[in-house]
Design a protein around this ligand. Sequence first.
Ligand code: 13P
Length: 253
Amino acid sequence: MAKKIIIGNWKMNPVDVKEAEVIAGKIVAGSDSLKKISIVVCPPFQYLERVGPIAKKKVVLGAQDCFFGGKGPYTGEVSPEMIKSMGVKYVIIGHSERRALGESDELINKKVGGALSVGLKVILCVGERSRDDSGEFLNFIKSQISQGLDKIKKSRLKNLLVAYEPIWAIGKDALHPATVQDVLEISIFIKKVLVDLFGREEGLKVPIVYGGSVDVNNCREFLTDGQADGLLVGRESLNPENFIKILKTANEL
Ligand code: 13P
């Protein structure tokens, strides 16, 4: 069985680099003996250089976004090559909080292609704003995947993960976390979409992770009954004590 992957998305936190170093240091110290899982921490760009050396081997560095191009006149953007040169191995693309700022599926598709082309592992986020009885939200998720992965070569899929993050389950204003049944159903649905796009062999290999109000109490069931290949953790990844508990729970499975 592949290792479960636990990814911490720090979003635009913490407020200064000193605190980022403290959080990273605690996470690294608490996770040293956890051999059965993969751990990724995604700090803001500005902290990558300082968190990188703390993360060392066990905790791998991720970024929360990147641009698609190599270099040039793109004020304020950060290229895949740049983050790679800082030691980043994973990059989150298409998070709903970026989509809410105006990122289109077309832009996300370019970013996915750019990141994969330099060998980064891409965590492509998808998820509906709300649910409806007629199942229209499934078409929405399907279209996010097919547009996000348009023209992506099958051979690149080994570096892809898909994160199911329903918007209604994210953040302190979330309605509630997804249920285990939701996670299981949508993982199967996403696998089916990937198989239709890329074929059975490649499609089934893509890990599907869940994110949205994951905490110490609910993390186990998403990974067991929900059959998630991993978790994308927001708020609780900034609380080293709780994040380590989540990591330990995943490591015990
Ligand atoms: P929360 O865990 O804070 O709900 O955030 C989830 C998320 O958006 C992770 O990318």
